[in-house]
Design a protein around this ligand. Sequence first.
Ligand code: NAD
Ligand code: ZN
Ligand code: ZN
Length: 337
Amino acid sequence: MKAAIVNEFKQKLEVKEIPVPTLEYGEILVKIKACGVCHTDLHAAHGDWPVKPKLPLVPGHEGVGEVVKVAEGVTSIKIGDIVGIPWLYSACGECEYCLTGRETLCHDQLNAGYSVDGGYAEYCKAPANYVVKVPSGVDLAEISPIFCAGVTTYKALKVSEAKPGDWVAIYGIGGLGHVALQYAKAMGFNVIAVDIQDDKLDLASELGADLTINGLKCDPIQEIKDKVGGVQSAISVAVTKKAFEQAYGSVKRGGTLVVVGLPNDELPIPIFDTVLNGVSVKGSIVGTRKDLQEAVQFAAEGKVKTNISTEPLDNINEVFERMEKGQINGRVVLTLE
Ligand code: NAD
Ligand code: ZN
Ligand code: ZN
């Protein structure tokens, strides 16, 4: 089968033929139809993070497609089902986190397109118990980004504990941010979109943002304080430290900063302000299978729409270059025959 492979960090991916994965007990084989390109895949290909991915690696954790084979022990999925294979590829199912509905914190989890091969390939295997079904009649390229960008931001908004009517700021209107703001609207929040590029902010307005701010043209903290007196929650899905600092600064007393984007950097937090203002800072990592089912349902009902452009697998290096330069508005989805 054809797959895009990271052989070495910071080198171009190689698109070549490799064997179709063989199934073990409880696993299914998915013929991938579409796989979104997440900024995490670029971090993986660059070896950006303290925990490195396996090499060689087939990236991709937004792979969706049709189940073409099921191994012994599979009861929940049948051949012909349409499923997606998310970042949370598997977890132990037995630890304190798995048992309390916090499986994304499991120490023994595996991650698609990071610790195991993912969706940048014609076929990808996965444990049947950790894939999530796609409802019928849904466009597979359009739903693909929901498997990471969607579930991650939906969960981050839950973690923020904002209530309907509250003001929420989304910092970084990229692949994650452009769906984040739609989940936020669907959940009844007033939304401020912050980015440093006007085309991203135009998209944010089209998608329903109540206020947009270009962080290069003014100080978003001051602007947010002036306009709404600070936000109840700020979600940072950008990849620069500056955005996180500004996101922290735009939270009002008693509010929450949710940290989602993953630049390999520090976030210095002023102790005095955090204490006196009673501000919470929380990390949020993807979402559970239940969160993913809910996030997919929002999209299937048309409450959230991804802004995608499709590219063949062969163009992955060019897509990564555009992502590095910030030239992707929404998400690029790789499509496979
Ligand atoms: P992306 O490249 O599509 O989007 C990043 C956006 O941030 C761009 O629109 C860019 O213009 C904007 N930006 C850059 N600097 C900014 C600034 N100073 N202020 C405001 N906006 C700014 O990336 P993506 O696919 O959306 O991923 C974003 C980050 O989230 C990555 O680091 C990725 O690894 C991480 N991520 C985390 C999780 C999680 O579970 N925590 C899940 C998926 C992705
Ligand atoms: Zn992702
Ligand atoms: Zn566990």
